[in-house]
Write a protein that binds this ligand. Sequence first.
Ligand code: AHR
Length: 657
Amino acid sequence: MKKLNTKLAKVLLVGLCLTSTMLPAQTTTGGKKISSDLFGLFFEDINYSADGGLYAEQVQNRSFEYSPTEQKDWNPYSFWEYTTTGYSYGRISVETNTPIHPNNPHYMVLDVEHIGKEAKFSGVSGVGLTNSGFAGMVVKANERYKFSMFARQLSNLPVSFQVSLQTAKGKVLAETRFTTVSTNWEKYTADLVVSENDENANLVVLAVSEGKVALDVISLFPEKTFKNRPNGLRADLAQLLADMKPRFIRFPGGCLAHGDGLGNMYRWKNTIGPLEQRKEQRNIWGYNQTAGLGYFEFFQFCEDIGAKPLPVLPAAVSCQNSGNTWQIGGTGQRALPLSEMKEYIQEVLDLIEWANGPVTSTWGAKRAAAGHPASFNLQYVGIGNEDKITHEFEIRFKMIFDAVKAKHPEIVVIGTVGPSPDGEDFEKGWKIANDLKIPVVDEHYYTSPEWFISHQNRYDSYKRNATQVYLGEYASWGNKMQNAIAEAAYMTSLERNGDVVRMASYAPLFAKKDYTQWKTDMVFFDNTNVCLTPNYYVQKMFSANQGDYYFSNIISKDEKDANLAVSCVKDSKSGDIILKMVNFGKETKPFKINLGKFGTLSPQAEQTVLTGNADAENTLEKPNSVIPTTTVVKIKNAFDYSAPAMSLTVIRIKAKK
Ligand code: AHR
């Protein structure tokens, strides 16, 4: 009895000592415990993924903050056209004297000298501004659009407005009217219900009475955003992410996180609170970021689709490629002065309080004020993005890491090991990880399909019960079937090594047609259409079919054929067994499956197959060249399967109820 108690105590002690980084070596019917957060999403505002993309705002340059630092010919007037109708005239100017908020310094002043009253003009006379959105606004018949604008009357007389959605030829599709009521900044809102479909509409804000008025944050959203959230996301793009059932979403980047020089680092506090108080800034990828899709919206979206939030904060250093120094080997890393580190570390700690703290805490109260009193259950925080591992990086990373660990031991910190699968930064980054016992580090690699096929054993030899891996960015160069299937083969190796590889996310995610800075992406889109690449389908087939136990020896294949890859996982929640078979070869290949060890399973299974020519790909014009097909199949405890050439097959077998 005494012995048993000591044993029990030991077991309990081991259980208590396990940090959140170590996965207990439990088994279910002989399976190996693997990460239940394995496949998730990487989101970065690159290729117009946020503004002009996932973020459903229709007005471009809504706060008159565009600047030549973003694009040489941009300025606060960009994407706005001075508009006069009915022989009216006046002046416009961008001013900065009395902004709504110091974070939002520019606003537009309309000085209307004369409203034309010529009998020969039958339309609405006025002076104002026209915005054509992100290459045209898409509006749908009978749908509601939420207009809002801040105005401050600068003349004694109130100023009246007509706000309308119009076709390119000037046909009014919806309109509203209002009159200013204050010489202070006030928000005016109205719903516009559109009479007909148009993919190229403009928003026209017309002062129709004489006077002087300041305008700012002129905004138009469809009412039908994802889950009808105000300040929400484009429903079709958000839904295709939700369909993937990702376990986490990493945001806001990528290089966007650490920024092009210190002044361009992504500072999360600038991205929360009322829109008019957020700080716009240059996007490292050569445009503007409104921060309208900010930290609150990212966290809310994660919650809406059941994904864990994974914010990545700069490690107090900027991108090594700052100032385009990638051209000479990336020497542009800048580090925050040590004298500013106390404040910066507090900013990191404040994020954790903002996400998880009680409503009575300073930052928890801000989350509650934004409409979310409950905790967001933040579990992961990334520090740094593929930074050059310099001495400056190392001391700052350690300061942040130590502070988070001391104050929030419950948070899993994810470190960084450079931009490549090997090399100097990789080695140095891993040394720091081992020395500091960082729970997880972020590996990145973009390479050829052949590399993915020939490196499927990469993680087999990684140390167990040590620092784990977040494969935060990876892709083979291309969006053809051969790229997607090479990635699928590799993903089976991530499942096999799911006790070491805790998380993985393909990158980048979105790319807007004609606004693409990074060629290989998971989903292409324009204002109305979406193209899901074969890579998307592979990611979805893995992500929506994750398990938390891995089983070897269930699927047999020709072990000498490197083009074949398999994995078998069990989702312990549903009891489902999930088989994945990959054939990167040019011919059909046989696999043998033996499910004997699982006891009684349902005789029916759902089989999804993605197959096509090696060079097949989808485009916005032809989006369905390659799509997976799903059928219900009958299975036995032991059966054979022939995998088509260049294919991924997922068979999901339900536990017998
Ligand atoms: O995913 C695109 C870019 O690739 C990311 O911003 C960066 O982290 C990596 O170099």
